[in-house]
Design a protein around this ligand. Structure first.
Ligand code: C5P
Ligand code: MG
Length: 156
């Protein structure tokens, strides 16, 4: 299981086209959403063999670069992972550091919270996981902005 780019010691993982890092996907979607740039599937369709087994942090870095090209930087991130088990709190600082490095901000700008589903529903039964994220974008300071304004940076 990979969450926020960090490998979590667990007796099971998530199925997905990429590395199935639901936390990084939620934050990537929130960055794209705040910049009104579509969603993760717009930029990285799961039908594209290039993204099979992909490291989701590259999706996040690309979303941040797109927002930056539009004149915005990430001010802060607040995210939830809803997972019945395993316990994640001992991974919090490592996940914050990893996400902060990918986004290009300090770990103090990144909040990651964890909760169970109180044993209810597919998440509570341990068959699924959910992640939610809110991202605040701020106008980039002059000079912080990618030259050329809203041009799309090349990818990969
Ligand atoms: O959902 P619940 O109230 O049981 O969560 C209690 C605490 O357990 C949370 O505040 C969180 O710090 C931690 N937790 C965790 N890993 C999870 C779920 C919850 O570390 N998968
Ligand atoms: Mg509780």
């Amino acid at each position: 299981m990979i969450l926020g780019g960090v490998r979590i010691d667990a007796e099971f993982g998530f199925e997905g086209h990429s590395d199935a890092d639901v936390l990084t996907h939620a934050i990537t979607d929130a960055v794209l959403g705040a910049a009104a740039l579509g969603d993760i599937g717009t930029h990285f369709p799961d039908t594209d063999p290039r993204w099979k087994g992909a490291d989701s942090l590259q999706f996040l870095r690309h979303a941040v670069a797109l927002a930056r090209a539009g004149g915005y930087t990430v001010a802060n991130v607040d995210a939830n992972v809803i997972l019945q088990r395993p316990k994640l709190k001992d991974y919090r600082e490592e996940i914050r550091r990893k996400l902060a490095a990918a986004i290009g901000v300090g770990p103090g700008c990144i909040s990651v919270k964890f909760k169970t589903a109180e044993k209810l529903g597919p998440v509570g039964e341990g068959r699924s996981a959910e992640a939610q994220a809110v991202v605040l974008l701020a106008p980039a300071a002059p000079g912080e902005q990618t030259p050329g304004g809203a041009s799309t940076p090349p990818f990969p």
